[in-house]
Write a protein that binds this ligand. Structure first.
Ligand code: FEO
Length: 406
C-alpha cells in the first residue's frame, strides 16, 4: 500500500507540507548521515499561500500533503524565499499545476529562478520590507542576502508571529518529529552546528547582518520555521538557536585543536598522536581526526568551535595525499577564522607535501606556527619530541589568542 502523506499542523492556519528525504547522504559534498527534509508551508489565509516548494523528485509528496487539508487549486499565492533547487525544484511543476495568481521572490530570486527554470516573467519581485495582504493575514518580506544565496529572503506572518527563515536556522535531519522540542537535544544541537559549519560558515558576516536585522525589526516571534529540519516553537529553543548563530558566526578563538591527517605507513599518524600529547600536556583540548575514518563535513563541524587546525600529510609522487587535498580544499572554501595552524608529515624523498599544506594554511589567513614539521620515513625519539613541542607551541598560541579576546 502506498504511503499516506498528510499535512502536519504548525498553527491553526499554517501547515507543514514538505517532504522527508530519509535517504539523502550527499548534499553537495556534505555527509547528511541523518537525511534531510525540504520544508514547504501552506498558509490557510483568505488568499491560500504556499511558502517554498520541495526538491523536484518530491513534488507528488508535497501535493499529497497539500491535498490532505485543502484543494490545491485554491492556492492563489506562492512565495519563493530561496531559489536553490532543494526548495525550488518543484516550483515549475507547481506553477503549471496550480496556476496561482502570483508567485513572489526577491529581485535576485526572480533572476535566479529565471536562470534555473526560464520562468518567462511568471515571478514577481518583492522589495525588502514590502508587505503582502493575504486578506486575514499579512506577510512582510525581509531580504537576507547570502544566507544562503544572494536571493535569500525571509517571510514573516504577522498574526501567527511566525518567521519562514528558509535555510537559516535549518539542519539536515530527517525526522518524523515536526518540532525542535520533540527531537533529542544532543542530536538537534549537533545537526544545527554541522549545518552551520558546512553551509553558512563562509557567510558568517552576512549571518551577523541577518541577526542584527532581525533584532532591529524586533518582530515578535512565536514560531521559527526553517526550510530544513524541525520547527522551533518554544521561546527557549528560539533564543538558543539565535544565540548559537551569533556565537558560531563570531568564531571567537578557543583552546581546542583539531588534528587532521592521513598516513601511508603509519609515520604521519604517529606524529599526529605526539602532537596531540603536546597539546594536551599544555592544557589544550585536542581532537584527532584520521581522514580515513572521518568525512570532510564532520571535520568542518569540529572546526566550527576550534582554535587550531593542524594538518598532516605524507608525500606521494611529490604532492600531498589526495585525501588531504580533498579536506583542505573543502575547509579552505568554508573560510574558518581566528585560528592557529600548523603542517606536518613524514616523507621518503622530497617531502613536498608539508610545504604545500603549510602554504595553503598561510593562504587561508590562519596564524601558522613554524614552517611545517617534516620527518624522514619513521620518526625517532628526537622527531617525536619535536611533534610534542609543536603541539605545545600551538596550545600556547591558542591560550594567548583566547586571552587577547577575553
Ligand atoms: Fe536549502 Fe540553499 O538551500
Amino acid at each position: 500500500m502506498a504511503e499516506t502523506f498528510k499535512a502536519l499542523r504548525v498553527t491553526d492556519r499554517v501547515y507543514w507540507v514538505g517532504a522527508i528525504d530519509w535517504n539523502v547522504r550527499n548534499f553537495h559534498g556534505y555527509l547528511t548521515q541523518r537525511g534531510s527534509t525540504y520544508n514547504a508551508y501552506l498558509v490557510l489565509a483568505d488568499k491560500v499561500t504556499l511558502v517554498d516548494t520541495v526538491k523536484a523528485p518530491f513534488f507528488d509528496e508535497m501535493m499529497a500533503r497539500i491535498a490532505s487539508v485543502v484543494d490545491p487549486q485554491k492556492i492563489e499565492v506562492i512565495i519563493s524565499n530561496h531559489a536553490e533547487m532543494d526548495h525550488s525544484g518543484s516550483l515549475p511543476r507547481t506553477i503549471q499545476a496550480l496556476k496561482p495568481t502570483a508567485v513572489y521572490a526577491s529581485k535576485s530570486g526572480v533572476n535566479a529562478l529565471e536562470a534555473h527554470f526560464h520562468t518567462d516573467g511568471k515571478i514577481t519581485s518583492v522589495a525588502d520590507g514590502q508587505q503582502l495582504d493575504l486578506g486575514d493575514e499579512t506577510v512582510t518580506f525581509a531580504e537576507t542576502k547570502m544566507c544562503h544565496w544572494p536571493d535569500s529572503m525571509v517571510s514573516y506572518l504577522h498574526k501567527d508571529q511566525l518567521l519562514f527563515s528558509q535555510d537559516g536556522f535549518g539542519m539536515h535531519l530527517a525526522t518524523a518529529e515536526l518540532f525542535a522540542d520533540e527531537v533529542t537535544p544532543s542530536v538537534l544541537q549537533y545537526e544545527a552546528r554541522k549545518y552551520y559549519a558546512n553551509i553558512l560558515l563562509p557567510l558568517s558576516k552576512f549571518v551577523i547582518r541577518m541577526l542584527d536585522k532581525l533584532e532591529t525589526l524586533n518582530l515578535p516571534l512565536q514560531i521559527l520555521a526553517p526550510d530544513h529540519g524541525p520547527i522551533y516553537r518554544r521561546q527557549e529553543d528560539i533564543q538558543w538557536i539565535l544565540g548559537a548563530y551569533r556565537c558560531w558566526a563570531t568564531q571567537e578563538p578557543t583552546r581546542r585543536a583539531v588534528v587532521v591527517y592521513d598516513t601511508m605507513w603509519g609515520s604521519t599518524g604517529r606524529m599526529a598522536h605526539l602532537i596531540q600529547e603536546g597539546l594536551t600536556q599544555e592544557g589544550a583540548e585536542a581532537k584527532v581526526m584520521p581522514i580515513a575514518g572521518c568525512h570532510r563535513s564532520d571535520i568542518a563541524t569540529e572546526l566550527l568551535q576550534a582554535g587550531a587546525l593542524i594538518v598532516g600529510s605524507p608525500t606521494i609522487n611529490n604532492v600531498m595525499f589526495p585525501t588531504v587535498a580533498d579536506v583542505l580544499t573543502y575547509i579552505r572554501g568554508l573560510r574558518p577564522k581566528n585560528m592557529v595552524a600548523a603542517a606536518f608529515g613524514s616523507f621518503g624523498w622530497g617531502g613536498e607535501a608539508v610545504k604545500q599544506v603549510h602554504d595553503i594554511l598561510v593562504d587561508m589567513g590562519l596564524e601558522v606556527i613554524g614552517d611545517g614539521l617534516k620527518v624522514k620515513y619513521v620518526p625517532d625519539e628526537s622527531a617525536l619530541d619535536k611533534c610534542r613541542q609543536l603541539g605545545a607551541d600551538v596550545a600556547r598560541q591558542m591560550a594567548t589568542k583566547t586571552a587577547q579576546h577575553a
